[in-house]
Structures are given as structure tokens and as C-alpha cells.
Design a protein around this ligand. Structure first.
Ligand code: ZN
Length: 333
């Protein structure tokens, strides 16, 4: 059976060959953008390791089905608790790693978002990476742009995942999730090559309505005054999704720029094409470009834990006001 992974063909091949030749590393560090498929790849490799059929992963045997349900006793998925990967979680991992596998010949540990590990947790993990028990295979995932201890990274084989082509995401959504073509195309373009993001949007109605709300906010803000913008910045600074709001707004302003350059086929937010066309006419290219740059640099400040409220205030004060639509002057209003 093919691995249950969409795309990332080279990475799948690399792991398949390592498995086939018995040269699997004891630790892999899989990095890439959020929701691009890092944990999915690790889970697929775990399934191949734990499957009991002649040509793993078969997808049929008891072990495969347990992996798919997330109940295999030799597969541990550890995610950060309360935003941090804590030393207690690493200690528990070490306790489990020292024990023999329950059903399989291996024990597989997937540690998600290793960038969230506290310094003591990362240092404790180092010990396991240096002298892992023979039956243990570890997969650490690292979000693109984030960092872990160099000593942790250097003890792992590194796999860097890139965004998938839009067409591949759209095709997967249609074939594996039975999404109608038009919606699949929209989600694929919005996902920026991150299939996991698109699937979240399919299943999480709240996430989708938040996108709608945040885009509406952006349009409203552009005609609001200083006080209202400052108030919004203050509210946004207290949300933990501020960075993803900025990414959403960046996708919007990129679309405005694309339309100004006549590249309509590359627009991401195609469900709002009419509004975007109007925006493209109401701003000049200079304004669009400058605000897009401001969004990018503000995102970087927030990642560095700068004063979020101040950074967002400065950003929102720079949001340009739209010119009146063509053919409409102030006198005629
Ligand atoms: Zn199997």
C-alpha cells in the first residue's frame, strides 16, 4: 500500500528506502510550515514500522488499524501542553522509551512542535537522543522559522518539507475528502500548499467563519479613524491568533497587488474576487506594497515577542484609506 501521505514524495521515498534497508535513523527532525504534513509523515512512517504485514504499511492489519485510530500501544504522540513542552513530558517519554515495546518490535515517539520545548525539557531530551534504546525511533517536528537547540538538531536526521503545489492540494481535497471542485480550488489556493490547513477549514466551521470575520474587519478598519484602529489593535494583541490574522491579511493584500498586475489567475481569495477587484482600483500599487511589507515586518516582531499592542497599533495606523471609487467625487456624495 502507498503511504497515507499526500505529496512530499522525496521524503516518503527516503524513509521507505531507510526502512527497506534497515537503515532507519533513531531520530528525525521534520521541519516545515504549519499544517504542511509533518506529523502525517511521521505517523505514516510509524505505521510502516509497526505494521505486521509482509509489505508495510498494509492499512488492514490490527497494528495498522490501531495506528490509524491513535491507540497503538507502541506509538506515542507528544504535543506541547499549555504552549510549552515540559520536562515532565520528556521524563515520561524517557520512562516509556526504556521499557520494551508492547506489541511491535519498535516504539515510536512523535514529539510535535519541538520549538515549544522549555530549555530543561530540550536538555533532558538530548540525553535520549544521545543514547536511545535500540527499539526506539523518534520523530521531532519543528515549525518553519522556529528553532530548537542546535545540539538537538544535530543529533537528528533532518527532513525539510515544502508547501505542496496548489493543484496537488485541490486534487487531494476532491479525491480523498470528496470536496466539490470549486470549493477545493478555493481552499487549495488559500492553503498556500498546506493540506492540513485546508482540511482543518473543511471540518472546523468556526475557523472558516473567523476567516470571514477577519477579512470583514480589515475592510472596515480601512475606513475607520485613529481611535477605532487603536482599539482594534489592543483587542487583537490579546488574541493568540494575531500572527495568523496578519498572514490572512497578507494574503488579501497580495491578491490586491496581483489584480493590479492583471494576474487574476493567481489570486488566493477567489470567493471574494468582486470585492478584491474594487480594492485593486481604490488603492495605488505603492500603497498596497507598503502595507504588505508592514504586515510582514509586524509578523516578525510578534514572533520575537515584541510589544504586540504597540506593533499592531503602528501597523493599523499605516493601513491606507481607500480612494473613492472611480466616477464618484466627494461633491456628488
Ligand atoms: Zn499493516
Amino acid at each position: 500500500m502507498d503511504w497515507p501521505v499526500v505529496g512530499h514524495e522525496w521524503a516518503v521515498k527516503l524513509l521507505q528506502q531507510a526502512l527497506a534497508t534497515g537503515q532507519l535513523s533513531h531520530a528525525y527532525l521534520i521541519s516545515g510550515p504549519p499544517q504542511v504534513g509533518k506529523t502525517t509523515l511521521a505517523r505514516a512512517c510509524a505505521q510502516a514500522l509497526l505494521c505486521t504485514a509482509a509489505e508495510p504499511p498494509c492499512g488492514q492489519c490490527l497494528a495498522c488499524r490501531k495506528v490509524q485510530k491513535g491507540i497503538h500501544p507502541d506509538l506515542y504522540v507528544v504535543a506541547p501542553q499549555t504552549a510549552n513542552l515540559l520536562i515532565d513530558q520528556v521524563r515520561e517519554l524517557q520512562r516509556q522509551a526504556a521499557l520494551s515495546p508492547v506489541e511491535a518490535r519498535h516504539k515510536v515517539f512523535i514529539l510535535r512542535q519541538i520549538e515549544q520545548a522549555t530549555a530543561p525539557a530540550a536538555n533532558a531530551l538530548l540525553k535520549t537522543l544521545e543514547e536511545p534504546p535500540a527499539h526506539v525511533v523518534l520523530f521531532l517536528t519543528l515549525t518553519e522559522g522556529e528553532q530548537t537547540l542546535p545540539t538537538v538538531a544535530s543529533r537528528c536526521q533532518q527532513i525539510t518539507l515544502r508547501p505542496l503545489p496548489t493543484a496537488q492540494v485541490a486534487q487531494a481535497l476532491q479525491e480523498k475528502w470528496q470536496v466539490p471542485p470549486q470549493r477545493a480550488e478555493l481552499l487549495a489556493r488559500l492553503s498556500q500548499g498546506r493540506l492540513g490547513w485546508a482540511v482543518t477549514m473543511l471540518t472546523d466551521a468556526r475557523a472558516w467563519s473567523q476567516r470571514t470575520q477577519r477579512l470583514d474587519d480589515l475592510l472596515t478598519l480601512s475606513s475607520q479613524n485613529r481611535v477605532e484602529r487603536m482599539r482594534y489593535a489592543e483587542r487583537l494583541s490579546r488574541q493568540d491568533d494575531a500572527i495568523s490574522v496578519l498572514q490572512l491579511w497578507s494574503s488579501w493584500w497580495r491578491d490586491v497587488l496581483l489584480l493590479q498586475h492583471g494576474c487574476e489567475d493567481q489570486v488566493a481569495n477567489i470567493d471574494r474576487l468582486e470585492v478584491l477587484r474594487g480594492q485593486a482600483g481604490r488603492y495605488d500599487e505603492q500603497q498596497a506594497r507598503a502595507f504588505l511589507e508592514a504586515l510582514t515586518s509586524t509578523g516578525r516582531y510578534l514572533e520575537q515577542n515584541a510589544n504586540a499592542q504597540l506593533a499592531l497599533e503602528v501597523l493599523l495606523l499605516r493601513l491606507p484609506r481607500p480612494a473613492a471609487p472611480q466616477g464618484e467625487s466627494n461633491l456628488s456624495r
